[in-house]
Design a binder for this molecule. Structure first.
Ligand code: PHE
Length: 473
């Protein structure tokens, strides 16, 4: 370990930064809608079981590989495998994946910023119009918003781990939490809100089938920011005195709590602000929900609190989601930045500028693939569907490669790095972990059924996405 490697200043800072990465659009919108549509309380329970029994051990595997090596994912894989070529490939995959996910996550964050700006400047009626989103994503303004978002990300990341990432997380995460609670209290005190709570929580086991189980597990995996090299990178910034199992548990708990609480905001808001809402209309995708459905719901609020009041609530909501997106975007972009700094020994500034330019180019191409450029809009076609560049990046890196990366880290940790070393690393800084039931569970599961389940998800996704045949569901 080089003496000058940056570190988080405190355990709390590390936990908040990792939770900041985990808490994102998936928690605030994806989870509540998924739960409401797929069995309510029954889905919630299943999700929580997946988080703790399957995803938490993977998170601990990622964090311990990072902490052991104090390196970026590429360096970590190569150090622990003594430079074996095929494991280097897994290392490359865990820095290319976050870079590509950063491309499309940036595009979505840019839209969020635009919606925040528009609702705060009195244009909620415009946002609520069904044609707006299609126009909005193709307007040249997108590039202005992109500059603003990149400036925020640059400012945070150029401060480094302690002064940038940790400081931002310490400011944004508590703010996000308070904002979420304020919105929940506001929403729950509105008429008809309990209808939404019922719709969200009443268990309906009959909705649960193989596809829902698969979806809940993928959502849990993605929501904890796994398979993206993030927890390896953040783990590389903590010391041997830090408690990895304890920190990982807290991150998983925070992430699940935020997802659960967000449901108490989204569903009651839909039912109470606009009682005419037909539940079948709820969009499956977070993007559809945020940008086309929710503005309409916020506008309906003007009947009770006026246009200014409704605009205020909408802006407050977009600011909340924007904060969640920024801490996630920062964490994901830090992975290639850390890798470039470590592997090429360049300064943080140079890594940010070089990779930032590549990110802008790729994100601009993705942003042009919603209609402006016909070639990028109808980029390729598979499983009988025409796909834009944005869709391809999403399908390949988000849906397909994430479980593959999870599978690889499990196999790597148990069979290459070896179980005993993995355990010894987890014991450091966590005396209670040694000999515990949890240790026995993690030990067994990471080498057996967790990689097996991730393999099934991976194969199923490939079959479904690219060949149009589902093996499960
Ligand atoms: N975990 C985040 C969420 O639930 C998503 C995320 C995406 C985090 C990309 C980091 C990077 O929305």
């Amino acid at each position: 370990m080089s003496a000058s490697r940056e570190q988080f200043g405190s355990r709390l800072g590390f936990i908040l930064a990792a939770a900041g990465s985990a808490v994102g659009i998936g928690n605030l919108v994806g989870f509540p809608v998924g739960a409401a549509k797929n069995g309510g309380g029954a889905f919630l329970l299943m999700y929580a079981i997946f988080v703790f029994l399957i995803c938490l051990p993977v998170m601990m595997a990622e964090m311990s590989v990072g902490r052991k090596t104090h390196k970026d994912p590429l360096g970590a894989y190569s150090t622990l495998s003594s430079g074996a070529g095929h494991w280097k490939l897994a290392g490359w995959l865990s820095i290319i994946t976050p870079f590509m996910i950063a491309v499309f996550y940036l595009v979505i964050t840019v839209w969020l910023f635009g919606y925040l700006f528009q609702s705060a400047t009195g244009n909620l009626t415009y946002l609520a119009d069904p044609n707006t989103f299609g126009e909005f994503v193709n307007a040249p303004w997108i590039f202005v918003y992109m500059v603003a978002v990149l400036a925020v990300v640059y400012l945070i990341l150029q401060g480094g781990v302690k002064q940038g990432i940790e400081k931002a997380a310490k400011l944004l995460m508590p703010t996000l939490f308070v904002m979420l609670i304020i919105l929940v209290v506001f929403v729950l005190t509105q008429d008809n809100a309990m209808e939404g709570v019922k719709f969200y929580l009443v268990p309906d086991i009959s909705k649960i089938d193989a596809a829902v189980v698969n979806g809940a597990l993928s959502q849990a995996f993605f929501s904890l920011s796994l398979g993206m090299g993030i927890m390896i990178t953040y783990g590389s910034y903590i010391s041997d005195q830090d408690d990895v199992p304890g920190s990982a548990k807290l991150v998983a708990l925070t992430d699940t709590a935020v997802a659960f609480i967000a449901g108490l905001m989204i569903l009651p808001a839909i039912f109470s602000f606009n009682p005419a809402t037909n539940p079948d209309e709820l969009s499956e995708s977070s993007v559809g929900m945020i940008f086309t459905f929710l503005p309409k719901i916020f506008l309906a609020l003007q009947a009770t609190i006026g246009y200014v009041g409704a605009s205020f609530v909408a802006s407050f909501f977009f600011l909340l989601v924007f904060f969640a997106a920024i801490t996630s975007l920062v964490s994901i972009f830090e992975v290639p930045v850390a890798a470039y700094m470590d592997e090429r020994k360049v300064s943080r500034k140079k890594a940010l500028v070089v990779l930032g330019i590549m990110l802008v180019v790729m994100a601009s191409l993705a942003a042009l693939s919603f209609g402006i450029s016909p070639m990028l809009t109808e980029f390729v076609s598979y499983a009988g569907q025409s796909k834009s560049l944005f869709d391809v990046i999403y399908d390949v890196f988000y849906d397909t490669v994430l479980p593959l990366n999870g599978l690889l880290i499990c196999i790597f940790v148990i069979y290459r790095w070896k179980k005993a070393n993995f355990n010894a690393e987890l014991d450091k800084g966590s005396p209670k972990y040694r000999g515990s039931w949890f240790e026995k569970y993690v030990d067994f599961s990471v080498g057996t059924f967790i990689p097996l389940i991730l393999l099934v998800i991976f194969v199923n996704t490939v079959a479904l996405k690219y060949f149009g045949t589902a093996l499960i569901g």
